[in-house]
Design a protein around this ligand. Sequence first.
Ligand code: GDP
Length: 317
Amino acid sequence: MDEKIFVAGHKGLVGSAIKRELEERGYKNLICKSHSELDLEDANSVTKFFDEYKPDYVILSAAKVGGILGNNSYPVEFFVKNMKIQLNVIENAYRTNVKKLIFLGSSCIYPKSAPQPLKEEYLLDGKLEKTNEMYALAKISGLKLCGAYNREYNTNYISVMPCNLYGLNDNYDSQNAHVLPMLIRRFHEAKINNQKEVTVWGTGKPLREFMFAGDLAKCIVFLLENKNASDIGEFINIGTGEEVTIFELANIIKDVVGFMGDITFDNTKPDGTYRKVMDVSKIKSLGWSAKTPLKEGIKIVYQDFLENKNIRKNPIN
Ligand code: GDP
C-alpha cells in the first residue's frame, strides 16, 4: 500500500478509473501529474521526472486516443504522440528499475480480417484496418517493446489490450469522440431540443464489445497485485466477451436517455471494422471477469454526463 505507483494519464477515461480504484483499495502513494506538470512526449522532462520520483510501479494509460473520425483524419499525430509517450515512459521505467509496468493498448491492434472472437495469437497475421492503422502500429510497437524488454532484460512488463471502453470522464468532443459517448450526447441534445430524429454514422450493422472502464480498472489492479509477465505471455485481451450491433447500442442509449424520436443511419460515414469482439478466455482462466452489464454502465455514464457539463467540448454537428 505504500509503494509508489505512477498512473500516467490519470485524467483520462482509463487512468481516472485506475486512480479511483487504487485509492479505494487504500494505496497511499499514487503519483499523478497533469499534462502541464509533465509532458510525456518530452524525453528530458520524463527522464527528470523518473529521477526525481523513482516510482516502484508504472501504469501507462496515457495515450493520444480518438474515435474513427479523429484516427482517420490525423494519422500522423496518433502515431507520433503515442510512440513518443511509450518510448519515454518504457525506457525510463527500465533505466530506473521499475518493478512492474502495465502497458495499455487497444483491440484495434488486430488484423482487419482476423477470425472472431479475436485471440491473442492472431496479432500480425494480416493487414490492419485503414481508419486506425497508425494508432494500431504505435500500440503494436509498444506491446512488442515491452515483450522485448522482458526477454532481453528480464523485466516485468505486462501489456493489456482492452475492447472499446466507456465510463466516467469520457471524451464527448463532437469531432473526436468514440461512438458510445457521442451517441449519449447526440440523443441527449436531440431530447432537449425536441428533435424528431438522431443520426447514427454508418449502417448500424458493425458489432462492437463495450466494457465499463471501472471494470478494466479492477482488472488492472488485479494484474498489478497478483500476476507477472510470465503468467501473461506477450499480452492479454480484456473485455466482456459480449457484443452488440451499433443499431442495438443506439437503441439502448435512446432508451436510457429517454429520447422519443427516430434513429436514422448516415451511410456516407465509415463503418470501420465490421466486427470486433475479444476472446477473453485467457483473462478468465487467470480468475477475472467483467461485472457491469452494458445498460447499467450506460445509466451511470449518462448521470455523469448530466452532472458534468464541462466535459462537453465543441458544439455538436
Ligand atoms: P472503432 O470501434 O475504433 O471503430 O471506434 P468508434 O467508436 O469511433 O466507432 C465504432 C462504430 O460506431 C463505427 O462503426 C462507427 O461508424 C459507428 N458510429 C455510429 N455513430 C457514431 C458516432 O457518432 N461517432 C463515432 N465515433 N462512431 C459512430
